[in-house]
Write a protein of this length. Sequence first.
Length: 623
Amino acid sequence: MLLKCCLIFFVMFIAGNTTITHQYYSEEDFIRMVRDNITAANAYVLPQDNSVLIGDVRNERCIHDYGTFDFIIVGGGSAGTLLANRLSEIADWKILLLEAGGPENDFSDIPGLNAFLMFSDMNWGYYGKPQSQACLGMRNNSCVAPRGKVLGGSSVINAKQFVRGNKEDYNLWEAMGNAGWSYNDVLQYFKKFENYHIYNADPFYHGTTGPLDVGYTEPTIMTEAYIYAMRELGYPWVDFNGKNQIGSSQAILTIKGNKAATGGRAFIDPIIMRRPNLNVTLNAFVTRVLITHGTRRANGVRFIRNGEIYEARASREVILSAGAYNTPQLLMLSGIGPRSELRRHNISMIEDLPVGRNFQDHPMFIGLVFKTNQSLFNESFEDTILGYLNSHRPLTTSFNIDSLGFINVNDSKSTVPDIEHMVMAPPGWNSPAIISRVQNLNEETLAAYFREYNPHTDLVFLTVLLHEKSRGSVTLRSNNPRDFPIIDYNYLTDRNGYDIDTFYKGIEHTLKLLETDAFKAINASVISVVAGCDEHAQFSRDYWYCAIRQLITTVYHPVGTTRMGNSRHNSVVSNKLIVHGMENLRVVDAGVMPEIPSGNVLAATYMIAEKISDDIKLHYRQL
């Protein structure tokens, strides 16, 4: 019999709602803060499991009562922060938001230094399962799998690119049996959370009064060269979040001034956190959903914080917003998942559902580089930081991503792209040490990559496959929440070879940019040195196929692991995102997407949370 231990709840409530920002009052202090964080990141070793979160639990038989709430939201990431904001608008509702990580800070506010956040306690520290067909240039054939463990989640550590996808993506969701998810249905929710600052955008498609700032940062000569080169190939400038998507544009970011506009900053910190009916509890690692077996009712969660075990109760709903990796792990640990997987780990089954299946991502080829005669931002560290403080590049955009383009290489008449360009202007990866850690490159691959590439002059064309046919999985390593989940990207394994063939066509199409006057003006030429591909004639079809398998990685867009649908055989949640067979358990995060959108998934994740918050209010007659 477990003991229920008393707790001074008021103290913990206040601790969950403290102010979390810091302010540096001089340029010298700011530069020192940045240096200190970079030094810490360079020394940081990613964890191998969740031992740090679990810590030394002082008494496993002592479970503290954390109180009863109307709604418990597990995960303070992109979806969870927006949900907490919207649900706490109802003053009569008591909301608990549990986040495993800690607060954001002034360093994490700098978009161009997000690579260093991946080597901090703001990243869970996951790596993908070793691959047989891809990630071959990485240590242990393993691609990275970074996920945000911080208030704001992956919106803090990601590249800040704001791309809704294509209107046909959402029409497809509805055609798959998910009523209410067509483009006409969801457009209002995209507009609701936006404060869109794109000066030449069609106002019909955008909101300008929402809490999330979306806009441009400074253009460069590379921005102009790429957009004009694409125009020469027949691709217009577009607001790819508006009526049409095919074409090119300056990158569109979640940014407010020079600072990252994250889920935490936009929806929670600091004003919303002061709402008396919202408890934001940080450093809280949820280990299971509490479910009454006889009624299939989720009535709360168990979590660990500061070496103590707590249970919180939900009178209305438990909402899982822990992301496409952690939500399926938590469901399976709680008895909801594939029968075979639960049996393998000796977990008592409550619902047999395909949790962790249908894993989709946007694989990205990083091996296409154009040498140019332009040099950008070749400045001292101090001058770069001072430039940032005055809203100048390169640190106002992550990885110095400059422009985006969307094309269809399989059907030139299609309005839905199958390839995305993310054009990284110099200085790109910045140094071999950074790219080695960020992409987990092995020594041979890293040495070959930098044999000709000059980060201060050369453009990197990150080539993204938007609709892969391969499917991966998220499974359990054990029945212990201490262990990380197993993330299997399963890249380039589709039977018909569509994925690798589309990548190859995307590369061939990108090389046509070299024939344009705009790229001739910057003396652009292709360079690509890929370890392990020397046996093939350079730039031949066989060479590129080899290079793709070596230098495929993730663009950090996992979706689909708790997919939305009608059938319990191929989906986990209903169109209202309620877990099949459960009464008051929802999943609201990127995992519910039945098919991946045509672009970076952050905007779609916010939209899902915005829409479901209205559905919840309607259900309880509060809207």
